[in-house]
Design a protein around this ligand. Structure first.
Ligand code: FAD
Ligand code: FMN
Length: 767
């Protein structure tokens, strides 16, 4: 096959080598605009595992690369002048120039033609003269641009500015992150040794800080000198160096995240950064490029023709690329928002940095560096007021709100049961909630309990509006207090436009087949075209419903609930005031955020006045309508939280969505936690995170990284009322309290679990 490779970066060279290794008869030419040793950047990070994969593909180049590898195990963070380091991370690095020179040598040895100093503007002539053309021409690929309508690239230019520098200062003991506060804002560096004399030193900052320093108007030398001044106390007298001589201006850039819908067209395939890029902060761009090069060469030899090979390449590599890009996005967003975290204690800041991509979890960190993690856990426990047994996982730290003390940080999230009769909880509710209270969670919620019959979502929803409701709820609360360590929170709410609908397991949110009751909301906006158009509430309606909230609160107080939550999320009545999607009012309850929040806050104030002063109140919000700027955004949610906090709300329960049928949520593990993180770290308000959190590892990571104060789990508690007790067994924590009658079961479970851990078997069965 006659092959033209456009671009002699890691992707292009390694593809050429991989092709030639599979069939020496291929006639391959690599075209490169730069000179052989004229490369930007300094070191690149690879992992030992990546190198093993490369060795299986081409043992010769892998051995050469290995010879030059620099290894390091530690990650150090210098923040507020304090250096904290953890170990066990296992990186290796090599100079980018060294890597390229080795690959060039190997390519030449294999008979590949390398043509330097040749700028390729258009891949089309090569497509006509060659059987196969590879667009390996990097982030700003001309090959991609030439067929943009086919490849459909999505290029997301990110917020931070960075410049890739080098230094002779040694960073050979740890991959080091340095955060420096300057007169123009925070500037940080990612530093790592990649050969005995040189370390990479990437300097990064926000666009605002970059502009305030005037980097845009500086020459490259001035820019480097300024960075030297900023990081002088970490450089030990060494200078910073730029080798981006061939780049124009000061060599600072914004990282472009590249994603393409397709990677091939006719006989042209995109490879490496040209097809997909991964932010440098997770050090995977070169790995992606090299591994994709191997995969493409493989398929070109295993499949019957180019088209089949390209199809295989795209489908096989896309998942891996998206997985890495998702981790890279988490990581780069962390750096973009780093100023939010800089006030954290150094221990928590370091933990937050290490877990930023969500690829490293709490238990991963325990495996890497048990001592460091133990220290971080002890710090968390001490902060929570614990004085003994500091080695417990964060989820088992106590939490205090007003006079309410929770034994641990796990919360059974509110979940409607749709089993009430005329608003009255039944034996179902007693049995259901009693089981969850016995299950070890620090706090259990009852479902949204409605302030009036019309305020119910469905005919099966519970209420706080009739004397028999009070009797039934009080029986449950008394049981929880007498028999368990759990505390119990009443969530009160009004369904608004989403009222008079079917039970959860029928057609959810759809109107009742007959006998609908009239509904009301902030404005005349129906939930869907099938639902009723609600009456827009007038002042008399608002006063009446406010009175119902107060009466329900008084009932909850008489029942003895430990905490109260006002449900202002998910499109129900109060949420209909908050989100502009459903609030079209022209009075002082519409338009600005302050106005939209006025009624929910009036209700909060009225409720607060009758709720016992020593007990806390939370408010649940939808922190993202998933409708872009048309609805509530995560940024506006911060402002909502600020107003709630100023009004005296003790904790914000940060949910999202369910406010419009047009919403386009992006689901995933812990997908709503970033909203809680943002609110907590931008306002200082206590928060609860919720949404697709299902492993103890998730809970511990969220808490120790300071992304929430409490963690709510809903569906996991439907499947397992004893989720917290089981999590304790899994983590080997023996200090959690089981109900006395269950102690024999507890002991057996710990024994079996320990045996499984040591022998991998239960009763002789391999597990
Ligand atoms: C600051 C920074 C730090 C990084 N750190 C790491 C790291 O630690 N670990 C890691 O794995 N990755 C890292 N990367 C990413 C890594 O550099 C890229 O992902 C990787 O180089 C991709 O390889 P590539 O061959 O696709 O592209 P490139 O390395 O960009 O190679 C493309 C080649 O094509 C040439 N070319 C471009 N256009 C033309 C043209 N018109 N005509 C002729 N030739 C052309 C270029 O000169 C270049 O040599 C980093 C990137 C940056 C920007
Ligand atoms: C069956 C069911 C009923 C729910 N009822 C309520 C409710 O009454 N009030 C509320 O605020 N959220 C309610 N939710 C939402 C949950 O509290 C939680 O926010 C959501 O399920 C995401 O958490 P998860 O991924 O752990 O399930 C309900 C969820 C489920 C699955």
């Amino acid at each position: 096959m006659k092959v033209a490779v456009l671009g002699a970066g890691p992707a292009g060279l390694y593809f050429a080598i991989s092709m030639k290794r599979r069939n020496p008869a291929h006639e391959i030419t690599v075209f490169e605009r730069n000179q052989p040793d004229d490369t930007f950047g300094w070191g690149v990070v690879l992992s030992a595992e990546t190198l093993d994969n490369l060795a299986a593909n081409d043992a010769v180049s892998a051995a050469w690369i290995r010879e030059y590898f620099a290894y390091w195990d530690d990650i150090a963070v210098i923040h507020k002048g304090v250096r904290t380091a953890s170990t066990g991370h296992g990186f290796c690095g090599i100079g980018r120039k060294r890597l390229l020179l080795l690959l060039q040598r190997r390519a030449r040895d294999l008979g590949i033609e390398l043509v330097f100093e040749t700028e390729i503007d258009d891949p089309r002539p090569f497509m006509a003269s060659h059987d196969l053309v590879i667009g390996a021409d990097g982030l700003n690929s001309r090959s991609r641009t030439a067929f943009a309508e086919v490849f459909r690239p999505d290029i997301d230019v990110r917020k931070c500015k960075f410049v890739w520098l080098g230094t002779r200062q040694k960073f050979d003991d740890a991959f080091t992150f340095i955060f420096e506060e300057t007169e123009h804002g925070w500037v940080w560096a990612h530093a790592y040794q990649f050969e005995s004399e040189t370390a990479t030193f990437i300097v990064e900052c926000s666009e605002e800080t970059w502009a305030a320093w005037g980097f845009g108007d500086m020459t490259r030398d001035q820019s480097v000198a300024t960075c030297e001044r900023i990081f002088a106390r970490h450089l030990g007298g060494h200078s910073l160096m730029s080798n981006a001589g061939h780049l124009r201006g000061s060599a600072w850039i914004n990282f472009p995240r590249v994603l393409c819908e397709r990677w091939s067209h006719k006989n042209l395939a995109l490879l490496g950064d040209a097809s997909a890029s991964a932010h440098f902060s997770i050090g995977s761009g070169t790995k992606l490029a090299l591994e994709s090069a191997v995969a493409l060469a493989d398929y070109l030899h295993s499949e019957p023709g180019l088209e089949a090979a390209f199809d295989k390449y795209e489908s096989a590599r896309r998942t891996e690329v998206l997985r890495l890009q998702s981790a890279a996005r988490n990581s780069l967003e962390w750096f973009e928002e780093v100023e939010r975290y800089l006030d954290l204690d150094p221990v928590q800041f370091n933990y937050s940095l290490l877990t930023r991509s969500q690829r490293i979890s709490h238990e991963n960190l325990r495996l890497r560096d048990p001592e460091w993690l133990g220290g971080a856990e002890a710090w968390f426990q001490r902060r929570a007021g614990n004085t003994d047994n500091l080695r417990r996982a964060p989820m088992f730290a106590p939490f205090q709100l007003r006079d309410l003390r929770l034994e641990n940080r796990v919360v059974v999230s509110p979940m409607a049961q749709y089993k009430a009769v005329d608003g009255c909880p039944t034996d179902w509710h007693f049995a259901h909630y009693a089981e969850r209270a016995k299950g070890g969670a620090g706090l259990i919620y009852i479902e949204m309990t409605c302030v009036s019959p019309e305020g119910r979502i469905t005919p099966g929803c519970t209420g706080f509006y009739a004397p028999e409701h009070e009797v039934a709820w009080k029986r449950l609360v008394d049981f929880v207090h007498a028999e368990t360590e759990a505390k119990i929170c009443a969530q009160i709410g009004h369904s608004g436009a989403k009222g008079s609908t079917q039970l959860g397991w029928q057609q959810i949110d759809a109107p009742l087949p007959g006998g609908n009751w009239p509904v009301m909301a902030a404005s005349e906006v129906g939930w869907s075209s099938a639902n009723q158009v609600p009456k827009a509430m007038d002042r008399a309606d608002m006063a009446r419903i406010l009175g119902q909230f107060v009466a329900s609160t008084e009932m909850a107080a008489r029942c003895g609930f430990d905490m109260l939550e006002i449900h202002a999320a998910h499109g129900y009545l109060l949420s209909s005031f908050i989100t502009p999607l459903t609030n079209h009012r022209a009075d002082e309850y519409g338009d600005s955020l302050e106005n939209r929040l006025r009624y929910p806050l009036e209700i909060f104030q009225a409720v607060r006045a009758v709720w016992p002063a020593h007990k806390p109140i939370s408010v649940r919000i939808s922190a993202n309508d998933w409708m872009g700027d048309e609805g509530v955004t995560p940024a506006e949610a911060v402002e909502i939280a600020r107003l709630l906090q100023a009004a005296g709300v003790d904790i914000c329960d940060v949910s999202a969505g369910q406010t419009s049928i047009r919403a386009r949520p992006v689901y995933g593990r812990m997908f709503q936690t970033p909203f809680s993180d943002r609110i907590r770290n931008e306002t200082g308000m206590a928060t609860m995170a919720v949404g697709n959190i299902y492993e103890p590892d998730h809970v511990n990571s969220i808490l120790l990284a300071g992304r929430a104060d409490l963690v709510c789990l809903a569906r996991p508690h439907l499947a397992d009322p004893y989720w917290t007790l089981h999590a304790a067994v899994q983590l080997g924590d023996r200090d959690v309290k089981w109900p006395d009658p269950y102690l024999n079961g507890r002991d057996q479970l710990y024994r079996l679990t320990e045996r499984t851990a040591t022998t991998g078997s239960i009763g002789g069965l391999k597990v």
